[in-house]
Design a protein around this ligand. Structure first.
Ligand code: SF4
Length: 174
């Protein structure tokens, strides 16, 4: 990923984070957002998000199934700083669902715009697809130019379903 692309992707993350903060959804710290099959949704992400996640996420075992995220330990995310848009935006709070969908749509549109502007092409697929493709699961890239900030304390998962990153199983494409 070039520095210019990385800047645009991180800007999309920052905008999504700010919009979520402004909306202030409630997090029950249930961790169910990351147990996909159990709660009937699928985490979709772009190739940009997969690349950033794989740069700093901990090692994991293959094959990864569609059932859940290997980075969830107990109810906590061990890849929080590099988590994709769907993880950033998803919350269980029932009063937030429409807002969450709008935030996700805006974030995905920003990522697509970055793909168009930089001519990178575009892939959007479930998490397990990208994780199973990766040659060096969880190993940090040596050429990180603008690294994700160091991991802070592990955090209860924010996360939910919708039209973008985290989708109800009924709408998944894979
Ligand atoms: S919040 Fe973390 S553990 Fe949950 S799906 Fe996203 S990357 Fe995986």
């Amino acid at each position: 990923m070039t520095p210019a692309v990385r800047r645009d992707v991180l800007a999309a993350y920052a905008a999504a984070d700010a919009a979520v903060r402004a909306a202030g959804p409630r997090c029950d710290a249930s961790g169910r957002c990351c147990r996909f099959t159990e709660y009937g949704h699928t985490l979709f992400l772009s190739h940009f998000e997969a690349e950033l996640l794989l740069e700093s996420a901990p090692p994991y075992e293959k094959p990864v199934t569609r059932d859940g995220c290997p980075f969830q330990v107990d109810t906590l995310c061990t890849a929080r700083d590099a988590r994709p848009i769907g993880c950033r935006v998803y919350f269980c709070d029932p009063t937030y669902q429409e807002t969450g969908n709008q935030i996700t749509e805006a974030a995905v549109a920003a990522l697509k715009a970055a793909a168009d502007a930089h001519g990178t092409g575009w892939r959007y697929a479930p998490l397990h697809v990208f994780l199973n493709e990766a040659e060096r699961p969880g190993v940090a890239a040596a050429d990180t130019l603008d690294p994700v900030p160091p991991a802070g304390p592990r955090h209860p998962l924010p996360v939910v379903s919708g039209t973008g990153g985290l989708r109800d199983r009924g709408t998944e494409g894979h």
